[in-house]
Design a binder for this molecule. Structure first.
Ligand code: 6R9
Length: 664
């Protein structure tokens, strides 16, 4: 039996050889379309050039930006891991994202096509965006915001959110965007940690066909200790719902911003001036305030957005479905597309309001050519059925992107086939809040893609997979993903906590950035992501990746989505417990559960066969679409639930718990 040959190398061997063999059997390959390859922004030569002179390559990319003072030095790594990129350069991010396009004669180009959930729309040209951002910048100055002051932003997905972020960047006031689905507590912690002076919010936004309030959470957050330095709350009227008002503190956006002059002279800031703080929750401890700065960040974001999506700003219509409260929204809704002068869609609501074809209707309406979304959304669409996207004209699409989680090969294939007409490349982009921008991804005009793999570090990026002892693993083996050289959009530290920055990312492997993800290299040396290292299961001495068991389940025609956790088990250390969402119409009975267990055993080997499989209606997810396996582990181990504040919908957990009469 293959099992007996498994060598367990300890926790570093994050994948057993048996399951490794499975993904290596994924042999479907998709060459870039000839016309895309022939006109691609980036060709194979970029890898060679970057390899020969990595810093020279990034210095060249920095020239995409307009600098008030050109940098003479590319990287200062004299005090690792505290990097300085382009340190003596000076620039203004908002000028780069807005004004320079207007100066280049592109003022009439649409920057943002906004689509509100109720169906209201608004298109903003670059010239209009310049006036709006200037007004907002003047308003912040009037509220007493000075360069270096932090501004918290707690908003729905509306144009004012983008305007507010750019206004902060314009005056050098680092923003801290807090996702609008977070609670008052989560908001208070982040306001306190960043020591914010102003909060920008809205009365509410539209979600699932209803107004959803935001202002009350701000009011509540500001009663918490540590938030008393907030001088003003700037409130956008979006839904018109009633709001409580603190005289002297609260200010309406339409009263303050609209009366400002629509001109504002941007000041140039140092390349290492802080641009934003964005909090990531992590599994333990208080949220980490990830700090990003100006010149290196914008360089890598502009480059990757143009390279990975093959953006042609004069003809493409780009749409990233993320929320701006997530790093994907920062880098690939706000800074990347706008630095590149793109035309993009901004959509406020959920994909199934008022119907499950809403996204495809938007693609058809605006002629979207590039779509960037998350595996969780793709799997939801698979569940709703192939016939829904089939009703819309999606022929404008030419590049599809994925981010946020490993994408199961079946979801990847579905995305390409049902959304991309089996014609468009799918780019699976691996990166993190900490990396600021995309790090590992195919290039649509160069890479022959493999369903389920992020494949190769981008030109100028150095990544590999190592074992417990920091040795690079050979092709065909698994371990930990590490980044081996600094990159321009890397986090500079954890806000206010340099030691935690060192401990979290730079102490596991000397001189290398530890990403916290399991990964493996296939026989070609391509990288496959296996999920967070904390999510790897230990079953009878074998390390098994949750991602691989999930992919095996999703490859069964009756399964739309799966989440797998290891639950403590007296015999096997951990037992595999799977929660599955069935595709429309599949009957849930004992026969099916047995069929699924057998299917996994066949795909991955008997050791990976789930001990329990529970069909459920929904899975607990963060708004950025990541499955919260920690909560499922709590359920599987019959414990009280841990922190649910970052969950999209906490009633999901009640539903799941009610399915578990005999929790182990
Ligand atoms: C951009 C973003 C980062 C974590 C990361 C990894 C997972 C993101 C992925 C992926 C496999 C991909 N992740 N993209 N895993 N394939 N293409 O998601 O940032 O919210 O900080 O999450 O997400 O586990 O470490 P963030």
């Amino acid at each position: 039996m293959a099992w007996d040959t498994t060598v367990t190398l300890g926790m570093g061997d994050v994948v057993s050889n048996e399951s490794l063999a499975n993904l290596l059997r994924e042999e479907r390959r998709f060459a870039p379309p000839a016309d895309l390859a022939a006109n691609a922004n980036v060709t194979a030569e970029a890898y060679e050039r970057a390899k020969a002179d990595r810093l020279g390559f990034w210095a060249e990319q920095a020239r995409r930006l307009t600098w008030a003072a050109e940098p003479s030095e590319t990287l200062d790594w004299s005090n690792p891991p505290f990097a300085k990129w382009f340190a003596d350069g000076k620039l203004n991010v908002a000028y780069n994202c807005v004004d320079r396009h207007v100066e280049n004669g592109l003022g009439d180009r649409v920057a943002i096509h906004f689509e509100g959930e109720p169906g209201d729309t608004r298109s903003l040209t670059y010239a209009e965006l310049q006036r709006e951002v200037s007004r907002a910048a003047n308003a912040l100055v009037e509220l007493g915001v000075r360069t270096g002051d932090r501004v918290a932003i707690y908003m729905p997905m509306i144009p004012e959110t983008v305007i507010a972020m750019l206004a902060c960047a314009r005056i050098g006031a680092p923003h801290s965007v807090v996702f609008g689905g977070f609670s008052a507590d989560a908001l208070a912690t982040r306001i306190e940690d960043a020591d914010a002076r102003v909060v920008i919010t809205a009365d509410g936004g539209y979600r699932r066909g209803k107004p959803s309030a935001l202002k009350p959470a701000v009011d509540e957050a500001l009663t918490r200790p540590g938030t008393d330095k907030v001088r003003h709350v700037l409130v956008v009227r979006r839904t018109g719902q009633e709001v409580a008002w603190a005289e002297g503190r609260d200010v309406w956006w339409h009263e303050l911003v609209d009366r400002q002059p629509d001109q504002h002279t941007p000041e140039a800031f140092d390349a290492e001036h802080p641009l934003f703080i964005l909090y990531t929750s992590g599994t333990t401890g208080k949220p980490k305030g990830i700090l990003h700065t100006t010149g290196g960040y914008l360089t890598q974001i502009a480059y990757t957005h143009q390279a990975v999506f093959d953006l042609k700003p004069e003809s493409d219509v780009y749409w990233c479905t993320a929320d701006v409260g997530w790093v994907t929204g920062h880098s690939y809704i706000v800074y990347g597309p706008l630095a590149n002068g793109a035309t993009e869609v901004l959509y406020e609501g959920t994909p199934d309001t008022p119907h499950q074809g809403r996204w495809w209707e938007i693609v058809q309406k605006y002629g979207v050519t590039i779509l960037y979304t998350a595996p969780t959304a793709i799997r939801a669409c698979m569940k709703w059925g192939d016939d829904i996207p089939a009703k819309f004209d999606l022929s404008s699409l030419r590049v599809l992107g994925s981010v946020g989680e490993p994408i199961n090969p079946e979801a990847w294939i579905w995305y390409r086939k049902h959304i991309g007409a089996d014609r468009t490349p799918v780019v699976d982009t691996w990166w993190q809040t900490e990396t600021g921008g995309i790090m590992i991804s195919p290039l649509p005009g160069v890479t022959e893609t493999k369903p389920g793999s992020a494949q190769v570090p981008l030109p100028g990026i150095s990544a590999t997979v190592v074992d417990d002892d920091a040795n690079e693993v050979p092709n065909g083996s698994g371990g930990y993903l590490v980044l081996t050289e600094p990159w321009p959009s890397m986090l500079r530290t954890i806000w206010g906590d340099d030691q935690r920055y060192l401990d979290t990312y730079w102490s596991r492997f000397e001189g290398r950035y530890f990403a916290g993800d399991g990964a493996k290299k296939d026989d070609d040396g391509d990288i496959w992501l296996l999920g967070r290292v904390d999510d790897v299961m230990l079953v009878s001495g074998h390390n098994i990746s949750t991602t691989e068991v999930e992919s095996a389940l999703v490859s069964h025609p009756k399964v739309a989505e799966a989440a797998v956790v290891g639950a403590t088990d007296p015999q096997t250390t951990q037992a595999i417990c799977a929660f599955v969402i069935l595709r429309g119409g599949a009957a849930e009975d004992d026969g099916l559960v047995e069929e699924l267990r057998a299917h996994v055993a066949k795909q991955l080997g008997p050791i990976a066969k789930p001990k329990r499989i529970l069909p459920v209606a929904e899975l607990p997810k963060t708004r950025s679409g990541k499955i919260m396996r920690r909560l499922l582990r709590d359920v599987a181990e019959n414990r009280a639930l841990g922190d649910v504040t970052t969950l999209t919908d906490s009633s999901v957990m009640e539903l799941i718990q009610s399915k578990l009469p005999t929790a182990a």
